[in-house]
Write a protein of this length. Structure first.
Length: 728
């Protein structure tokens, strides 16, 4: 008897069925059977199922002689199931890696409940992945298993069959089955949850719910959407047959009305001429199943009133009014925005006619949340070593809290912002200020860049269309012509920047200001940062920080961090930090104390201090982290693709800062065997530090300020590598 029976009904999904079945059969938990039901599909679904059955004995094909619909197809699969638990998976969706082993662990942990509810993420045809917004209801905090009465908020989740695992004995004992028609999940899910004696939750994305551009059943205009009324008849009939469930009627009534409103409001469901009839039937069902004690939120009372009264024309009129109001608001906003832009342009012109102020400096940085990177370190150095210069930091309103109290905050696009750009003598950025900036005589622009270049940059991207396709090289060179100084951490950076960003600027090969903190931090600072991140005492902390992939449409990592943490054992904690261009977290479901998503943490330097080792690929963070003299592991499982798309300035395999892995299992082995901190890794790191960290002794920012602002020719000497003592 297998642990799981995964039931996959298939009808007209030949383009997606391969991926669906592969996602099940490739699970790290092999104790399963796949019951693939060909619902008399007119395309190649039946042949695909037979192909999989021929190569894997765990696949059991079921071919129906006539098309019966999703509900009966699932019933046919259940009739063949022999597993302890039933798992339903629609044939255009997929299981996430290691989903079944995680489900199995949670089932064992919670005492084999009747139902386990887990999470999902929507995957769009554009490549975007968005986790379920109601994921907070799946928290594993509190006692488990439980009954629905203990956590009724579960009824607010998407009422589908495929986000749960069901104990087969429980399903067979209660005689549950799926009806025909659309919305067949409704009379299955409500009775199952209300009847279950034990329920548990799993706060992890286990299913990727595909959002097709075209072809989804519920996104098709059809009179079959009227099936929803019969499905709710079945739900309330089940409650009538089981009087002990009568107390659920008020909540079921509200869920029904909410569901009817969604179907009516969506333009891609009901035929236009049937909309009035749908609302009239909704009125009938409102009155039939209305139950006292069902309070309606204020924001939905109007919708409920229109359904209760069946006012189709009024509903449509209000919808049109809302659309007209939105369009009017957009037009008004566009006009006001144009007017504001014109006023700000005039303001900037006026400010440029006023004298440049030698006691003003403005700082900004891309890729950081708030105050940080090299400009952040320089801003602090300005206040320390040139206190006569008043500093301002450019940040959005939501990031102002991260800006030090002694620094003036300015929001981009405001009058204060343009005043600062027009009249400040010192302009410091790690990328580029607004392209409309006009550099005035007497202004000094300091370009810090964002780190030592490993990936091809600047003009070298002309030969890399995947990476530089949206780069305006004329604008790039126009910005270079505004630079007075460019910071460099080492000779490699100096030679690279002067070639790929040619200009008349002066290179200051003084070190990396943001790395000064590594030489000044204390063990108490490390302990404080770890505590704030929720890292258990005595843990081995691995910071995983990959770079951006130009050749990928999506930036999801191929590394399963949950599996890595699980294989390495309870003492290991993984901090997952996505690249600032990633647009989201690296992991779907972080696990406090094991896998912690730190993408939104304001300071990458703090994360470096909190970690015992760094795992990265082609990110410049390796050059910064080397200053801590802590182990670095390079995980490069896509070297050929990355080299072809972006290119690198040297072969990282020939001159790595530590051990190199080419697969997930190799990475696990490097940590499990201790190779990550062995003598060979230490030798590689020492050579790497000598080449790329000659000036990072904790005084790089001071050297820049003394040269640029104070005009001192004799800058502080550099502490040699063997004389530096970064925080342990």
């Amino acid at each position: 008897m297998p642990r799981f029976s995964v039931i996959v009904p298939a009808y007209k999904v030949q383009a997606y069925l391969h991926e669906c079945l592969e996602s099940v059969l490739s699970q790290s938990y092999p104790d399963l059977e796949v019951i693939a039901v060909d619902d008399c599909s007119p395309d190649a679904c039946g042949a695909i199922i037979d192909e999989f059955a021929g190569r894997d004995p765990r696949v059991r094909p079921v071919h129906l002689s006539t098309n019966q619909g999703l509900g009966p197809a699932r019933n046919a699969g259940m009739a063949e199931a022999t597993g302890d638990y039933l798992v339903f998976l629609d044939s255009d969706d997929t299981l996430t890696p290691d989903a079944l082993v995680t489900i199995a662990d949670r089932l064992k942990e919670t005492g084999e409940p009747d139902v386990l509810v887990y999470d999902y993420a929507r995957t769009y045809w554009t490549g975007e992945t968005v986790r379920n917004q109601a994921a907070g209801r799946l928290t594993e905090a509190g006692p488990a298993p439980f009954r629905l009465a203990d956590r009724p908020e579960l009824l607010r989740l998407l009422m589908v069959a495929w986000n749960k695992a069901y104990r087969r004995d429980f399903v067979e004992k209660e005689g549950f089955g799926f009806p025909s028609g659309y919305y067949e999940d409704t009379p299955w899910t409500y009775p199952v949850l209300m009847t279950a004696e034990s329920i548990a939750t799993l706060d992890r994305v286990c299913v990727h719910y595909r959002q097709r551009r075209r072809g989804g059943i519920l996104g098709t205009v059809s009179p079959r959407h009227f099936d929803i009324f019969e499905q709710y008849d079945r739900v309330f009939a089940y409650v009538d047959e089981n009087p002990e469930l009568a107390h659920w009627r008020p909540l079921l009534f509200r869920r029904m009305v909410d569901h009817l409103i969604v179907v009516f409001a969506r333009r891609d469901r009901l035929p236009r001429r049937s909309r009035a009839d749908f609302l009239r039937r909704a009125r009938t069902y409102y009155r039939r199943y209305h139950a006292p004690g069902a309070p309606v939120p204020a924001r939905t009372r109007l919708h409920y009133a229109l359904v209760r009264l069946g006012l189709h024309r009024t509903y449509r009129a209000l919808q049109r009014t809302a659309v007209l109001a939105r369009r009017t608001a957009k037009l008004t906003s566009r006009l006001l925005k144009g007017l504001r832009s014109g006023v700000l342009r005039l303001h900037y012109r006026v400010q440029r006619c006023l004298p440049v102020r030698g006691d003003r400096a403005v700082f900004a940085a891309d890729g950081v949340r708030g105050h940080g990177c090299h400009p952040g370190a320089l801003e602090q150095a300005f206040r320390t070593h040139a206190p006569g210069v008043r500093t301002a930091w450019v940040a959005d309103a939501g990031q102002h809290a991260a800006v030090p109290t002694g620094t003036r905050r300015v929001r981009p696009g405001t009058a204060a912002y343009w005043t600062a750009l027009a009249r400040s003598k010192y302009l410091v950025h790690n990328a580029d200020f607004d392209r409309r900036l006009v550099k005035r005589p007497g202004q000094v622009m300091v370009q810090t860049r964002r780190g030592t270049p490993l990936k091809h940059m600047g003009l070298d991207l002309r030969e890399r269309p995947a990476a530089g396709g949206d780069t305006d090289f004329d604008e790039l060179l126009a910005n270079v012509d505004k630079w007075d100084y460019v910071l460099s951490a080492n000779r490699h950076s100096t030679l690279t920047w002067e070639r790929v960003c040619p200009g008349r600027y002066t290179t200051l090969e003084y070190g990396s200001p943001r790395n000064d903190r590594f030489q000044r931090a204390t063990s108490a600072d490390v302990a404080r940062i770890r505590e704030s991140l929720g890292i258990p005492e005595g843990s081995v902390v691995i910071l995983y920080a990959p770079t951006h992939r130009d050749y990928r449409r999506t930036q999801r990592t191929t590394l399963d961090l949950h599996r890595v943490a699980r294989r390495l054992g309870p003492r290991h904690v993984v901090l997952a930090r996505a690249h600032h261009r990633h647009g989201g977290p690296l992991v779907d479901a972080p696990q406090p104390g094991r896998v912690i998503d730190v993408t939104d943490h304001p300071s990458v330097e703090s994360l470096c201090l909190a970690s015992d080792a760094l795992v990265t690929d082609y990110s410049s963070i390796m050059f910064d982290y080397a200053n801590l003299d802590r182990p670095i592991v390079i995980h490069a499982d896509d070297r050929e693709a990355f080299e072809a798309a972006r290119g690198t300035y040297f072969d990282l395999r020939a001159f790595p800062p530590g051990a190199v892995s080419r697969s997930e299992d190799e990475l696990i082995d490097i940590f499990a065997t201790g190779h990550w901190r062995g003598s060979r890794s230490a030798q590689l790191r020492s050579a790497f530090r000598e080449r790329f960290c000659p000036y990072d002794d904790g005084r790089a920012a001071e050297r820049v300020v003394r040269h640029v602002v104070l005009g001192e020719s004799g800058v502080p000497s550099v502490v040699p590598l063997d004389g530096r003592h970064p925080v342990p």
